[in-house]
Design a protein around this ligand. Structure first.
Ligand SMILES: Cc1ncc(COP(=O)(O)O)c(C=O)c1O
Length: 450
């Protein structure tokens, strides 16, 4: 399904009507306030906390302890083991068993980071010099590090205006004879349109890799993300839903790729057969100590994600119809894990800029910040200068790619980063707190409404 652009979204009759009603109410209220009235013609917007008014949220939400007894128990078990090595290590084995219960995938390799998981995935997918991999320009750079190290070419496709995920039609537009794979990033834990991307991958014979680094516990049409693509990757870095400080998981059900995941994470060694190295890889192994913590964290996952999904939907519900505000767009049959909540502002609906809007939110007690990454990935100097390896990019020098990131355009992604506001949603928050967040946003939006 093709999503409406943000411009259309904002011009739908209902929101436009509300926008006009709210604007005229503001004007009428201001006029009446000047006369000292206000009984019939609308109300003066309440004074912002930024200007000394009452704060919407009095108490900040506290995130409870993220680790405790279950982690301690597994760590104690580690100290009684005679090995801290992953291969056949009891913690790694236990982690993989629990992981498979949540995400039924046959081949699972634990590794040192989400970046490592993605590098293993593209190596197992056979990405080599000049191969193009289509992905999102709004993501952590770890999504494409592996592609570049394999001498492949990240090709950035534009995004859905409200989902911030790959727009299937834009992906299709970027397919060339050199395209070998798609990396679908489930940004903020919001599942990509995996049904469409899978169909596209099948139609063009491409490998679909899911980057679920931010999408632990997310579901597309009722099924766990990670089970749609040929290979899928997760991050266990400290900021993620569950963590062991740093870590990653790469998994697959596909017999063409799955058997290679272990070897590409472990210097090419085949620990199953003990045979000679037949492929070249680096060391991305996870230790037993990390696996012990990650294993315990898996037990917390469903509670964390179910709560965030509920709070995120609640926030969306209470932001409907706020003129100039586009809530985070999640498909009604999907489950988003809200690594964070990302709404957009239609800046011409407000008399302030985004930075003032965010400052006003913070003063109301809403945890908010402007944007996410500051620019789409390819706007970073290392891409603009094509300077990946000691200031050079061998595949470009050798004529294996004509990619020129200085000329690459992804306008919706640029616009998302200029108009997005990141709102914290986390499992320690009560529903009441999130209703306060919505109230704070409505208050600020109303105050600054043009
Ligand atoms: C979407 C995405 N992909 C990949 C990564 C890389 O993960 P890590 O930091 O564990 O290497 C991250 C980390 O933030 C991410 O958010």
């Amino acid at each position: 399904m093709k999503h409406k652009s943000i411009h259309h979204t904002f011009q739908d009759p209902a929101s436009r009507r509300e926008f006009l009603v709210a604007s005229s109410a503001t004007l009428a209220g201001a006029a009446l306030a000047a006369q000292g009235g206000g009984a019939t013609g609308g109300e003066t917007p309440p004074k912002l906390a930024l200007h000394g008014g009452a704060k919407t949220i009095q108490q900040s939400a506290k995130l409870g302890p993220r680790w405790g007894e279950p982690e301690r128990q597994y760590l104690e078990a580690v100290l009684g083991q005679d090995t801290l090595f992953y291969w056949k290590g009891p913690q790694t084995t236990g982690f993989i068993e629990s992981f498979r219960q949540l995400t039924p995938l046959k081949y699972v390799m634990t590794c040192s980071s989400g970046t490592a998981a993605l590098h293993i995935a593209v190596a197992a997918a056979g990405i080599g010099p000049g191969d193009e991999v289509i992905t999102s320009p709004i993501t952590d750079i770890g999504t494409v590090i592996g592609v570049i190290f394999q001498q492949g070419v990240p090709v950035f496709a534009d995004l859905g205006a409200g989902t911030y995920n790959l727009e299937p039609a834009e992906v299709e537009r970027r397919i060339t004879p050199r395209t070998k794979a798609i990396i679908a990033v489930h940004l903020c834990g919001n599942p990509c349109d995996l049904t469409a991307l899978k169909a596209l991958a099948e139609k063009h014979g491409l490998i679909l890799i899911e980057d679920a680094a931010q999408a632990w516990g997310a579901k597309h049409r009722g099924k766990p993300v990670g089970t749609f693509g040929h290979i899928a990757c997760w991050s266990l870095q400290n900021s993620k839903h569950i963590t062991c400080g740093d870590g990653g998981v790469v998994a697959s059900n596909d017999e063409r790729f799955g058997p290679f995941l272990q070897r590409f994470g472990d210097k090419g060694y085949d620990r199953v057969t003990g045979g000679l190295c037949e492929l070249f890889a680096t060391n991305y192994r996870m230790t037993e100590e990390q696996a012990a913590i990650a294993r315990a964290q898996l037990g917390r996952l469903e509670g964390i994600v179910a709560k965030r999904a509920r709070l995120g939907s609640l926030l969306t519900e209470h932001l409907q119809g706020v003129p100039g505000v586009l809530p985070h767009q999640v498909h009604p049959e999907d489950r988003c894990g809200y690594w964070f909540y990302f709404m957009r502002l239609r800046l011409d609906a407000f008399s302030c800029d985004r930075s003032t809007f965010v400052k006003a939110l913070a003063a109301e007690g809403v945890e908010a910040s402007a944007g996410y990454i500051s620019v789409p990935l390819h706007r970073n100097p290392v891409f603009q200068k094509h300077a990946f390896f000691a200031g050079r990019w061998p595949i470009k020098e050798l004529g294996l790619t004509a990619m020129d990131y200085t000329k690459w355009e992804t306008p919706e992604a640029e616009s998302i980063l200029k108009t997005g506001v990141k709102i914290t949603v986390q499992e320690g928050m009560s529903e009441e707190h999130v209703l306060g967040v919505a109230k704070g946003i409505r208050k600020v939006a109303r105050y600054f409404a043009n």
